[in-house]
Every structure is written in C-alpha cells, then in structure tokens.
Design a protein around this ligand. Sequence first.
Ligand code: 0O2
Length: 222
Amino acid sequence: MEKNNFYIELLTQNDTSKNLVKTKNAFIKLMNQYRCAMLEIETKLRVLNMDLSLESESNPFESIHCRLKTPESIAEKLRRKSYPYTLESIEKNLRDVAGIRVICSFPDDIYTLADKLCSQDDVTLLERKDYIANPKPNGYRSLHLILDIPIFLANETKHMPVEVQFRTIAMDFWASLEHKVKYKKDLGDDSAAISEELRLCAEDISRLDIRMQQIKNKIDRK
Ligand code: 0O2
C-alpha cells in the first residue's frame, strides 16, 4: 500500500473535515513518540549491557535491533484484527508499533536483562509472554515483553508501549528461517515436511542453548 493511500484511508474513515496533510502530520507525530519510547528502552538496555559486562567480563547481549512498524504493517494488523482505522485505534489497540529485538548468547542472560529492565522505576510491565518456557507449537522460542515507558516531550509527558523480544543467537537463526518459510507461498507438497523439520531443529537448538549455558556456568565457576 502506498503511504498516501494509508493516510487517505485514515482520513476518510474518520473526520472528513480534516485534510490529508493534517492526518499525515498527526501520524508522523505519533510515530515519533513511539520512536522516542524505543530510544528510551534501547538506552536502558545498552546501559545494563555495559554495567553487567563489568561484573562478568562478557556482554549479556550480542546485538540489539530497533524497528518501527511500517504504515503498511500497521494497516495490515488493524485490518486483520478488525480494529477501527484511526490514529486513536493504533494507540489503543497496537502495542508493538515500537519494537526492540535483543539477541543474547545464553538463555540466562535473557532473564537477567528482562528482570533488571522490568524492575526500573519508570518501566511498567504490561505483558510477558515466555515462549522459551512455553514454546509455540511450531517451535518458536523467545521472551516477549510489552513495557510502558514515559516520554518527556516539550509540552507533555506521555506513556507509550514498547515490545521487547529477547532470544538467543540460535533462536534468532531459527526464527529468521521460519519467517522466510512462512511467507514463501509455493512450497507445495513439501510444506508439512519443512514445518516438521523446523520444529525438530527448534528442539535441537533448545538443547544446544542449554548445553552452551552449562559450559559457560562451569567456566564462570573456575
Ligand atoms: P514483526 O514484523 O516481526 O513485528 P500478533 O502480534 O497479534 O500477530 P501476538 O500474539 O500479539 O500476535 O504476538 P506474539 O505472539 O507476541 O508475536 C508477535 C511477534 O513475535 C511477531 O511479530 C514476530 O516478530 C514474532 N513471532 C511470533 N510468533 C512467531 C513465529 O512463529 N515465528 C517467527 N519467526 N516469529 C514469530 P509480527 O507482527 O509477525 O511481525
């Protein structure tokens, strides 16, 4: 969907007296607020990474990736979930417009980082889905948090949600391939076999993560 069509849809389904430019600007303003919230959480994670690495001589996370949902992806989700097509509806119903993915080497680092982040004074945990303890049927593993964070703007303080996904390098490797498979439509008869193979790989990966963690613990005790 072209960006302008997205704004036109928002416009026509709402207040028709507003013009396209106004709607577009309001959308851009909202996206900037999500970006500010994402920056706040990213900074908190980077600070934790630095501080914890002084204690253990290794970094709790290997990499961090931030993304704002695209207008196309926002539109698709509103449509899929049958939510109203308004800016208010985006704010009320979508909590993953701002998203951060944190890639750790070891499973224990995921829980340490998540706990330390959630215990900060200005962070409120809205939702926690532990797909590591309870993997999805297809084998997907990650820890998902929806956090609320205040952002301090020129004339107001606003609370915004940010989704943070924590996974190990191995879980991320799996999720990237599974994502490709999901969106590849022409797998035909191989589709079921590939899904089963992926599910088995997810189990192998989980066992590998546990073994790597055990080796690290032994090294740390020396
Ligand atoms: P993107 O572009 O990554 O943001 P919903 O968000 O409503 O579809 P729900 O239950 O609210 O679903 O969210 P959930 O289960 O916490 O998962 C949301 C995100 O987790 C997805 O975002 C993916 O990034 C990731 N995810 C969840 N399940 C899977 C899976 O089976 N395989 C892979 N590869 N990733 C998964 P989006 O919105 O799909 O896209």
